[in-house]
Design a protein around this ligand. Sequence first.
Ligand code: ZN
Length: 148
Amino acid sequence: MAEDLDELYQQVILDHCKTPRNFRALPGASRRGEGYNPLCGDNYTVFVAMDGDRVREATFQGSGCCISKASASLLTDAVKGRTKEEVKALFGQVHDIITTGRVTGDGLGKLAVFAGVHKFPARVKCAILAWHALVAAVDGAETPVTTE
Ligand code: ZN
């Protein structure tokens, strides 16, 4: 990967880490998912409000490292308006990006910034954590999930 691309990716992650989007509780959320990464101490709750089968709004709260927070921030932006099935398909694509660096399919937008994470195996769990919480929320699971 070109160095300037790495730099651009880092800027997006830093921006979302310092100024996370949708970083609040969601009154009226119909679902929530918990994510805890004991290796790093990342701990988040993702709130989801559904309109039938579609995500109307997603927010998150919690604390953790820059990668995990940026991931949760970008995720809550990315899933708005998507159906449950679309969210799961997106999770599959993001999982590929984070674990292999391969960007497959269109419409991933800024989520491609996590393509560099697979080079740092300790960070993979940080980047994927909020996604596990999100899928748990969309599926309506009430129990905490971890990355283990
Ligand atoms: Zn972390």
